[in-house]
Design a binder for this molecule. Structure first.
Ligand code: 4AD
Ligand code: MG
Length: 463
């Protein structure tokens, strides 16, 4: 007999003589009248299905003690319209099989609500809670919506390498990949001899697929990547992971305005998709995680993002009566507190800050005519801060070469990137969206470690 998912059973328009349901027991309640009421969840949706077992059922006495919170069951029974409040359909059991028991003394997910910090220590069991089930369904749906958005617009999905020899962001925050013996690495002239390493040169895990993305944008016009990226920065914040997923569209013939238009359309599309296709889970977040989340997302969808230059942003911050911990001065980076003030307090909506000083941005960003700023843009969301970083790319060979040297990058090493500017160069732009920051924003979760199945952070990569 074929199993039916709980989502389908709960949405069934009709009663059914015989259904097979499989899942994990969330709660069990016994009535004096000789019945057990068991709530089962299989992760197909937030809601449980109620299963009723009559104690006079033949197998019941054999399995009675094994049916506890956390145990896994297969149940065959009649699907009937529920007379109880709060559920549409329930199952009257005719057959039970226990797949796996869960000891009451040691199974950690009993009725009590646990802190997210504690649940991180049991990352192998936390998906069986309501919150983590909901997060992972929304995450999965958003990943699908990302592919749909780009596919509908004719972008090609590109897989860029995980192991790389280049540091896209030039920040030196890379995890090295090596098969050399770390206790006795081979040396020449007092330096490690990478010629003897697996790839014959020094390699690392990628921090961004952008540089390789540009290669394909300058052939297929519009591409996007969606893959894991790795950063060895020692930031222990609620917004940073050492391993995270990034979506990076790269488009030939787009200038910075086109880039910002796409970023705004993209974010609105994804928020709307979550509201429309994950309504049960979103309702749950609105009740249990952040009481304003539905309203916030709808507000963002309905309103234009505020666009202002970095220079205007600095002016706004200097004019504000706010006291900041970090200095506000033209030429310095915007700190999280500055970004939050602008989007949360001043404009009360998403903002896009563009034309940043060239000194604080990456080498590949296109220099403006003023010679001081680059065509960079960051999308900042209220509460969250930066969700997208992007730019128009420098397409002029000589300016790019100069910027590379200033950034202490070896042009010979990036010969292929420079080649793109020697053969058929074109104006082009792109951006990167941090996928976990998106999931965090949509679900209202406070900590980024709770929106990725297995968070990697400094000193933490257990499972
Ligand atoms: O601003 P970033 O560093 O930009 C780039 O990597 C560009 N190469 C993107 C491009 O133009 N193709 O990173 C992009 C986004 C950030 O806005 C943020 O949302 C996310 O990636 N991000 C992180 N998310 C989680 N943990 C971290 N440590 C992150 N670092 C960046
Ligand atoms: Mg950035």
């Amino acid at each position: 007999m074929k199993r039916t998912k709980i989502k389908e059973l709960l949405n069934s328009k009709e009663e059914q003589k015989e259904v097979l349901v499989k899942g994990w027991v969330r709660t069990r309640r016994d009535s004096k009248g000789g019945f057990s009421f068991i709530e089962i969840n299989d992760g197909s949706c937030l809601a449980n299905i109620q299963v009723i077992i009559e104690h006079s059922l033949k197998e019941f006495s054999k399995v009675d003690k094994q049916i506890t919170t956390g145990s896994c069951l297969a149940i065959i029974g009649r699907l009937v319209v529920s007379e109880g409040k709060g559920q549409k359909m329930e199952i009257q059991t005719v057959f039970i099989e226990v797949y796996g028991t869960a000891d009451v003394e040691t199974f950690p997910l009993q009725k009590k609500r646990h802190s997210f910090e504690y649940l991180r220590e049991i990352a192998h069991l936390r998906p069986r809670t309501n919150t983590f089930g909901a997060i992972m369904r929304v995450r999965s749906r958003l990943a699908y919506a990302i592919h749909q958005f780009f596919n509908d617009r004719g972008f090609a999905y590109l897989n860029t390498p995980i192991v790389t020899t280049s540091d896209c962001e030039g920040a030196g925050e890379m995890f090295q990949v090596t098969t050399l013996d770390l206790t006795h690495p081979p040396q020449v002239d007092g330096q490690i001899d990478y010629a003897q390493d697996f790839f014959g040169e020094k390699t690392s895990l990628t921090v961004s697929g952008q540089l390789e993305g540009e290669i394909y944008a300058l052939a297929l016009s519009e591409i996007y990547t969606f893959g894991p990226t790795f950063r060895a920065e020692n930031s222990n914040t609620s917004r940073h992971l050492s391993e995270f997923w990034m979506v990076e569209p790269e488009m030939a013939f787009y200038d910075l305005d086109d880039d910002m238009d796409l970023a705004e359309e993209f974010i609105k599309y994804l928020l709307l998709d979550a509201l429309e296709n994950c309504s049960e889970d979103m309702e749950f977040f609105n009740q249990r995680i952040d009481k304003t989340i539905l309203e916030t997302l709808q507000h963002i969808i309905d309103n234009q993002f505020e666009r202002l230059t970095y220079t205007d942003a600095i002016n706004c911050l200097q004019k504000s009566k706010e006291t900041f911990s970090y200095p506000v001065e033209w030429g310095l980076g915007l700190q999280a507190e500055h970004e939050r003030y602008l989007s949360e307090k001043l404009f009360k909506k998403p903002i896009i800050v563009f034309n940043y000083p060239e000194k604080i941005k990456s080498f590949y960003m296109k220099l403006n005519e003023d010679g001081k700023t680059v065509r960079a843009m960051d999308v900042l969301l209220p509460k969250l801060g930066e969700i997208i970083g992007g730019s128009q790319r420098e397409e002029n060979h000589d300016i790019l070469l100069k910027r590379m040297k200033e950034a202490n990058l070896d042009p010979q090493h990036y010969w292929w990137y420079l080649d793109l500017r020697r053969f058929g160069t074109a104006p082009h732009s792109g951006f990167g969206l941090g996928f976990e920051r998106l999931v965090q924003f949509v679900t209202g979760m406070e900590n980024i470690r709770d929106v990725i199945p297995f968070p990697r952070t400094p000193k933490h990569a257990q499972f």
